[in-house]
Design a binder for this molecule. Structure first.
Ligand SMILES: NC(=O)c1ccc[n+]([C@@H]2O[C@H](COP(=O)([O-])OP(=O)(O)OC[C@H]3O[C@@H](n4cnc5c(N)ncnc54)[C@H](OP(=O)(O)O)[C@@H]3O)[C@@H](O)[C@H]2O)c1
Length: 218
């Protein structure tokens, strides 16, 4: 697959590396051409760097690895408003969460993913990869692979994102259409808030495998 990675930070580095290892062709773009080139060199495996306005050209998927505050700017620079992402799969791992309190910051009740879809007309946006820390993708457990809950409207785009999840060492799980993405994004806020209170967010969810889980879901 041909993958464009927008951003040169932690998520771009670890998932870019995973996809190179899986044999995909990865190209990186960032606001600093030097940092994009340096990341491409570090990824190896024929990874290259391109200008932001070229990131979607001929790609099967674009991974949007920038902070929420930068999304509007970065998509504008990539020509998304003018339709450069039309027909492309845009994988969105963005957490629009105030990590200090665990509150989702998207105004008006929508989601970051839905806002990204507005900013990139015609793109097939898939919310994915936002819940696990970047470091997990350096060495995901093969015996207990992370389940990546995803939302999206286009079945083909969900399939493409599913391949990216599997090739990073995870298991894809489709929650529903993009209209469910706010729910998925709130889970990041839920996890951040519990973590801040000293609790393990995973332990605050009912298990579906044992008796306790059955009781919890009845
Ligand atoms: N890190 C995690 O554990 C994790 C986990 C799940 C989801 N996420 C989400 O994944 C996304 C990327 O996270 P990250 O940890 O990879 O971030 P990061 O390491 O801080 O890297 C952010 C990237 O965005 C660029 N950027 C920042 N502000 C910009 C602006 N105003 N205009 C253009 N580019 C800008 C940075 O460029 P410069 O290098 O030039 O500053 C850098 O390339 C975020 O939305 C985050 O919420 C992160």
């Amino acid at each position: 697959m041909k993958i464009g990675v927008l951003g040169t930070g932690s998520m771009a580095r670890v998932l870019g590396a995973a996809w190179v290892r899986a044999g995909h062709e990865v190209n990186v773009a960032g606001r600093s051409p030097d940092r994009a080139r340096a990341l491409a060199d570090r990824l190896g495996g024929g990874a290259g760097s391109v200008a932001p306005e070229e990131i979607s050209e001929g790609r099967d998927a674009v991974f949007l690895a920038v902070p929420w505050e930068a999304v509007e700017d970065v998509l504008a620079r990539a020509g998304a408003g003018a339709g450069s992402m039309r027909g492309r799969v845009v994988v969105d791992p963005v957490n629009a969460v105030d990590h200090g309190v665990g509150v989702v910051q998207v105004d008006g009740g929508g989601s970051a993913a839905q806002r990204i879809a507005e900013l990139a007309p015609g793109a097939h946006v898939v919310k994915a990869f936002h819940l696990f820390p970047a470091a997990l993708w350096e060495r995901p457990s093969p015996s207990a692979p992370p389940v990546v809950a995803m939302c999206g409207d286009d079945p083909g785009a969900l399939d493409t994102a599913g391949v990216l999840v599997r090739d990073a060492g995870g298991v894809p799980a489709v929650l529903g259409p993009l209209s469910r993405s706010r729910q998925l994004e709130e889970v990041a806020g839920f996890a951040a808030a519990l973590h801040l209170s000293g609790a393990d967010p995973a332990a605050a969810l009912p298990s579906t495998s044992g008796a306790a889980g059955k009781a919890g879901t009845s």
